[in-house]
Design a protein. Structure first.
Length: 93
């Protein structure tokens, strides 16, 4: 289990990607260009920092997107590489 401040790899789910893209679009509609970056897609993997250990199974993470914004993913559990909506420990190779 990762500790507070550790970096893990987080795989975006379909819901995550839709939420990120909608937030960016909503701000563009009202004329704010707050976020710049590539469109988020399900299955994309990004580094994420553990901001809170919830329990022995779940952590809250801040996902560093391919752009100028972050995505908060609360109470996410460990999965296998490619499992959308889950994190994995980075490879030490």
């Amino acid at each position: 289990m990762p500790a507070l401040g550790d970096t893990v790899l987080y795989c975006l789910s379909e819901t995550d990607a839709a939420t990120i893209n909608q937030r960016r679009d909503d701000l563009r509609i009202i004329g704010l260009r707050v976020f710049a970056g590539l469109e988020a897609e399900p299955g994309q993997v990004y580094p994420a920092q553990v901001v809170q250990v919830v329990d022995e199974d779940a952590v809250h993470v801040q996902v560093a997107l391919n752009g100028t914004d972050l995505f908060w993913a609360p109470a996410r559990t460990e999965g296998e590489p490619g499992d959308q909506g889950h994190w994995v420990q980075p490879s030490t190779n």
